[in-house]
Every structure is written in C-alpha cells, then in structure tokens.
Design a protein. Structure first.
Length: 341
C-alpha cells in the first residue's frame, strides 16, 4: 500500500491579506521530506505577535514523501509527484492525483494553474502525449477525456452541462458515470480551452475564507487504451484510467461564516472529505479483509477503482504557512495526511 500511495505537502506563499496583516509563519520546511509546524523559534516573541505565538510552541515535526516550499514551481511539483503515476498508467494500472487542503490553500492553482504557469493536469497530459509519441511505432494509443464535478452529492458534466448524472459499476469497465460526455483533445491549445470551459462551468461562490471558493470536487478523467500495432483485430486492448482531482476545500464554519446554502455546501464538502479519509485510513491499515467504505459518498464511489491494490495514487496536501490558517493547516490537513504518509 505504502509503495503505491505518495503524500506530498505544498506550502504556498503568503497571500496579500496575510502579508498585510503580519500574521507570521507557522509552517517551515526542514528538507525535501520534513517540515515543522509552529516551531520553537516562534515562542516568546513580542506581545504584539499573534496569540498563538504567546504560549509554548507546539513544535510538531511531520514527515511526508515530499515537501515543497513556497518557492517550488509547478514543474517541481509535477517532477516530484507524477513520474510514478505516468509509469503506472502506461503499465495498465488505474491511477489518481488528488489536490487537498483548506479553502484558499492553493489546490486549484496546483491542479489547473494559469496560462503562464500551467498546473498538473496540463503537465501530466503533455507527458502522456509525449510518451504516446515515443511508443507510436510499436503501439496504437488512444486517449479520451471527461470532466465532471461532484456538487452537493450530485454529479454534473462540466464540458456538456446537463441534468445530474448517475454513477454505476460496470462488470467490465468498473465505475462509470452514465451519459458523461467524452472528448479527444487534438492538441495542447484544444486541451487548455477544454480546461478553461470546464472550470468556468464549475460551481463557485464567495465565502469569507475565499472570494473565489470552489464549492465542488472537480474530476478530470483520462482513459488510455493501448494495443500492439502488430496485433490482429481481436487483440486485447489494455485500458487504464487516470483521475486528476481538485477537491473542494475543507473548511470550518467559524472561518467561512457560511449560512444557508453555503453552510449546506460546506457540510456536504466536509462529509465527502471525511468519507475519503475513512477510505484512505482503511486502505492504509493494510488488512485485505477490512471493509472499505467507498459507498459513503459519490466522490469515493468515483474513486473506487483508482485507489488501493495496484493503483498508483498521489495526494498533494496544500497548506498556507500563515498563523491565520493555524487550525486548518494543523488539524484539517497535516494531521489528516500524517496518518497515510
């Protein structure tokens, strides 16, 4: 299990509000695999410091498969998390990459990025195309992509908006979403347009924690099919699925100050993230006979055949370094993933 699941932490730079407020830093990387939360050096600072500094520091050390500091680029994160994923999908294994973190921690930047700094989805797709070109003489490869969101426990197509879609399990294909549209990008520019279109259709609402808060889990699905060029028409086609997931932000109601619909959204987000955590913990326990509660949420049902077993999975836990996100960073992210690292 440990060999097939990698957990990385990405520390984002302070945002303008955190800099203006002089809130201080509580997450500091030690090396490429370790970080310290609320280090001893923060203890005993002046009375004007944030209240969490005016008591004994927790000085909690964490170890993960990889730690990226605030200066890390999109390419750094790709290089440090995705090679195992690329090897896995071309070997026929289902794979997944998930960006996790509190609202405003930088998940969407990691996965989608911008035109100037493309995120992991674009970089992974470019590597898929590059490897397909390398294999062109010996294999016929075909890629199909879909893009969906899970919002309030309903599944919606982001590239062809329609009524809510149903998820079911097919004996041959595994987990499938009925009537989900499938597309074949012709080049990098076409792919970027599709990502932009899908992202613009994603459910977003402002909260006190994040003015552009994504209120849904976005799942970019890639289906890779391969077969030898010399094989006949009846040759078996090797099929593997890759799920690239920008999870909605975990949040505490006291921080987001949500009410009404926003509060219900937040409750559903946290419930599905809890279901994901329960699945990860059950898989990490390594007991082949233990029950994995995939059916507890639509998100975990979608991920069922891309977690555990021979599947390759990379979690990227995004955190703010600021004391402003003290409890979210510690309890919702670092402790959450320390159990799986």
């Amino acid at each position: 299990m440990a060999e097939n699941i990698r957990v990385a932490v990405r520390i984002r730079p302070e945002n303008p509000a955190e800099v203006r407020g002089s809130h201080g830093i509580v997450v500091k990387p030690l090396d490429e695999e370790g970080l310290v939360f609320d280090p001893d050096e923060n203890y005993g600072t002046q009375a004007s410091a944030p209240s969490c500094y005016r008591r004994k520091a927790r000085d909690i050390h964490f170890h993960f498969d990889r730690v990226f500091d605030e200066h890390s680029t999109q390419q750094d994160v790709y290089d440090g998390t995705s090679k195992n994923i690329m090897d896995g999908i071309f070997s026929g294994y289902n794979c997944s990459v998930l960006a996790y973190g509190a609202t405003g921690a930088g998940k969407t930047h990691t996965m989608l990025g911008s035109e100037e700094y493309p995120g992991l989805i674009f970089l992974i797709m470019m590597e898929l195309y590059r490897r397909m070109d390398e294999l062109n003489e010996e294999k016929v490869c075909d890629i199909t992509i879909s893009y969906l969101e899970v919002y309030n426990e309903t599944i919606r197509d982001l590239l062809k908006p329609s009524k809510p879609l149903a998820v079911r399990e097919d004996p041959q294909k595994g987990v499938v979403v009925s009537q989900l549209s499938a597309h074949k990008p012709v080049d990098a520019h076409h792919l970027l347009r599709m990502l932009s279109t899908g992202s613009s259709n994603r459910t977003q609402h402002p909260t006190d924690a994040n003015a552009t808060s994504s209120r849904s889990h976005a799942v970019f699905q890639v289906l890779l099919q391969q077969k030898p060029r010399t094989a006949g028409l009846s040759a078996e086609v090797r099929t593997a699925k890759l799920l690239l997931v920008d999870l909605a932000g975990s949040e505490r109601a006291t921080v987001s100050k949500n009410r009404g619909d926003r509060q219900r959204e937040g409750a559903n987000i946290n419930r599905s993230l809890l279901a994901l955590g329960n699945c990860i913990n059950a898989l990490a326990a390594g007991n082949s006979k233990s029950h994995i509660p995939y059916r507890d949420s639509k998100l975990t049902r979608l991920l069922k055949d891309s977690l555990g077993g021979n599947c390759r999975t990379a979690f990227i836990a995004n955190v703010s370094p600021s004391t402003l996100s003290y409890e979210d960073t510690l309890n919702l992210t670092l402790i959450f993933f320390a159990r799986s690292a």
